[in-house]
Design a protein around this ligand. Structure first.
Ligand code: ADP
Ligand code: MG
Length: 510
C-alpha cells in the first residue's frame, strides 16, 4: 500500500482528461521587491535598488534589520508611496488607516524572530487586473489585497546535492536581504479559466511584472528574485460548488515556470483524485530541471503566527492629497500600453502578437526610443536575440540592453556592418564584451568598405577565373556569383555583398 501511495502521488493524468473532469481554481501570492534607496525600516542601503549590482554578503545591514536589542524600526516613506501607487495600479482601494503587524516565527534568516508585515489591515485591498492571454482574449483577475512587509535574509545551504537544507553540511546566512521592502499581492480565488489556467497564470504574473516596471518601483527581474510567485492550485469536480484542497507551489521564478508548475499541479492532483486519493494541503517546491513539484511542509489555514499589531510603529494614514497625487501620476496600464504601441508602430495584428507573446514590448519601445526603426527593432528582438535566449532558456530581455540593440541596428543602417557581421557583434555583446562599437573594434568585425582593398581582391578573383570573366563580358551577369563568393570568402564575410557585386561588374567591364 505504501508503495502504491508513493506511486500515485507522482503519477500524472493526461491534461485534457484532467480538464474534462475537474475545474482548476488558482490563487497567486506575488512578492515584489521595491527598489527604494534604503530598506523598509532602516537606513541601510537596499540591495534590490537599481544600482546596487552584486554585493558582498552582510555588508548592507543595520541593527534594525537583525533585530538587535534597542534598535527601532522607522517606516520608509518612499516604500509607502510605492505601495500606494501599486495598489492604485491594481485598481485597489487604499486604506485610510492601516497598521503593521508582527508575524512571529523562528528561522535563522529572520534575526528578530518575527517579520513585520501587515495582517488584517493591508494598505490596499479589493482590486482587479486585466490580463491578456496569448490568443488575445482578456481576463479580469480579482485582487484580494496588497500589503507591505519586509523580506527575510537569505540562507545558502552548502554541501548537499540539492542546495536544500536536507543533506547540507552547513548553512550560510546573508542578512543583506533582511528588511528589503516588499509588497505582497494576493489574488482572490480565480475560477473559470479551465484549460487556459496555466496560460492565465503566466499572463497574470507577466502583467504584474509589467505594471511594477512601468511604475518604476521595482527592478522586477524574476531571475534575480525581485519578483517571486507562489502558485496555489486546487481542483474541484466539474459542477461542484465547494473548492478543493489547494497546494501552494513556492517561488516559481520565471514566467515559463509559472505556466509549467500550474499545468503540472493540475495533472498531479487530478491523478490523485482519480485514484480516489485526497490532496494534502501543503507547500510544494518547484524543480526547474525536471519540471516537477515535490512536497514541502504541510500547511493549514489556521497556521498560528500569533499576529499582533506592531507596537514600535504608528499606523499609516495616507492623506487624500497624497493618494490623489499618486493616482494622477499613474502610467498607462499594460493594455493601454499595448494599444498605443500597436497604433504607433503600424505592425499587423500577427506581427504585433508575436512581440506580445515573447514579452518584448517594453524592450521594443525602449529600442525604438533610442532611435531604431520599429521594424528593425522587431526583427532583431524576435530573431537573433530570441533565438539565443531560447537556446539558453533565459528571457530575451536579460541578454542585451535596448540601447545596445539600437546601436547595433544603427551600425547596420550606416553600412558599417552586414547582417551577418551584426550577428557576430551581437554574440560579443551578449558575452559581455562591451557595446556593439567596442565589440566591432575588439573583434575586428567592421565591413571592409575600403574600395581599394575590395578591388584588389576582385581583380585577383577575376584573374583566377578567366572563364567567369569571359562570361560576364558576354553579358551572362549571373556568372558573377562565383567571383562574388570568392571575394566574400577572401574578406572573411566582412564586405557588403551588394557593393562587391557592383565593383565586380565594373572591373569586369574594363
Ligand atoms: P496563505 O497565507 O496560506 O499563503 P494567502 O491568503 O496569503 O494564504 O494566499 C492564499 C492564496 O490562495 C490566495 O491567492 C487565495 O485566493 C488562494 N486560494 C484560497 N483557496 C484556494 C483554493 N481552494 N484553490 C486555489 N486557490 C486558493
Ligand atoms: Mg501568504
Amino acid at each position: 500500500m505504501a508503495d502504491g501511495t508513493a506511486f500515485a502521488s507522482d503519477a500524472l493524468l493526461d491534461y485534457d482528461e484532467a480538464l474534462a473532469k475537474y475545474e482548476p481554481v488558482l490563487g497567486f501570492e506575488v512578492h515584489v521587491e521595491l527598489s527604494t534607496r534604503t530598506k523598509m525600516f532602516s537606513a541601510a542601503p537596499n540591495p534590490a535598488a537599481a544600482d546596487s549590482g552584486s554585493v558582498e554578503p552582510n555588508t548592507m545591514v543595520a541593527p534594525v534589520d537583525m533585530g538587535l536589542p534597542g534598535s527601532l524600526p522607522v517606516v520608509n516613506a518612499q516604500a509607502v508611496r510605492y505601495s500606494i501607487s501599486l495598489g492604485l495600479a491594481l485598481g485597489c482601494s487604499i486604506a485610510e488607516t492601516c497598521r503593521f503587524a508582527r508575524k512571529n516565527y523562528f528561522y535563522p534568516d529572520l534575526g528578530k524572530n518575527y517579520q513585520i508585515s501587515q495582517y488584517d489591515e493591508p494598505i490596499a485591498f479589493d482590486g482587479s487586473v486585466e490580463v491578456e492571454l496569448e490568443d488575445g482574449t482578456t481576463w479580469t483577475v480579482p485582487i484580494e489585497r496588497a500589503h507591505m512587509e519586509e523580506d527575510a535574509g537569505k540562507l545558502t545551504h552548502v554541501g548537499g546535492a540539492t542546495g536544500r537544507i536536507q543533506g547540507a553540511d552547513w548553512s550560510l546566512v546573508d542578512y543583506n536581504r533582511a528588511g528589503v521592502p516588499l509588497v505582497e499581492i494576493v489574488t482572490k480565488p480565480i475560477v473559470g479559466a479551465g484549460a487556459a489556467a496555466p496560460q492565465l497564470a503566466k499572463a497574470y504574473v507577466a502583467t504584474i511584472r509589467d505594471i511594477v516596471r512601468s511604475l518604476g518601483i521595482s527592478e522586477a527581474r524574476m531571475e534575480r528574485g525581485n519578483l517571486r510567485c507562489d502558485a496555489n492550485v486546487s481542483l474541484r469536480p466539474r459542477g461542484r460548488e465547494r473548492f478543493g484542497t489547494r497546494t501552494e507551489t513556492k517561488n516559481v521564478n520565471s514566467l515559463r515556470s509559472v505556466e509549467r508548475a500550474v499545468r503540472y499541479e493540475i495533472r498531479r492532483q487530478a491523478a490523485i483524485l482519480e485514484a480516489g486519493g485526497t490532496i494534502v494541503q501543503e507547500t510544494r517546491h518547484w524543480h526547474e530541471d525536471t519540471g516537477t513539484t515535490s512536497a514541502g511542509r504541510p500547511k493549514s489555514d489556521a497556521d498560528d503566527y500569533r499576529y499582533f499589531p506592531e507596537p514600535d510603529l504608528l499606523p499609516i494614514q495616507p492623506s487624500a492629497e497624497l493618494i490623489a497625487e499618486l493616482r494622477a501620476a499613474l502610467p498607462e496600464t499594460p493594455t493601454q500600453f499595448r494599444r498605443r504601441l500597436q497604433a504607433d508602430y503600424g505592425f499587423t495584428e500577427s506581427e504585433f502578437r508575436d512581440l506580445v507573446n515573447a514579452n518584448l514590448l517594453v524592450e521594443l519601445e525602449e529600442t525604438v526610443g533610442k532611435g531604431a526603426a520599429p521594424a528593425q527593432a522587431r526583427k532583431w528582438w524576435l530573431g537573433e536575440i530570441l533565438r539565443i535566449a531560447n537556446s539558453r532558456g533565459v528571457e530575451a530581455g536579460t541578454l542585451v540592453s535596448p540601447l545596445h540593440v539600437s546601436e547595433l541596428i544603427a551600425l547596420v543602417e550606416n553600412g558599417d556592418l552586414t547582417d551577418r557581421l551584426a550577428r557576430q557583434v551581437l554574440e560579443g555583446v551578449v558575452a559581455g564584451e562591451g557595446s556593439p562599437e567596442e565589440v566591432v573594434k575588439a573583434r575586428g568585425l567592421a565591413v571592409v568598405s575600403d574600395d581599394t582593398a575590395l578591388t584588389a581582391a576582385i581583380d585577383e578573383a577575376l584573374a583566377a577565373q578567366p572563364d567567369v570573366l569571359q562570361k560576364i563580358r558576354d553579358g551572362k551577369v549571373q556568372a558573377a556569383g562565383a567571383v562574388i563568393g570568392a571575394v566574400m570568402k577572401a574578406m572573411r564575410g566582412q564586405a557588403d555583398a551588394a557593393r562587391v557585386r557592383e565593383l565586380v561588374l565594373e572591373r569586369a567591364a574594363r
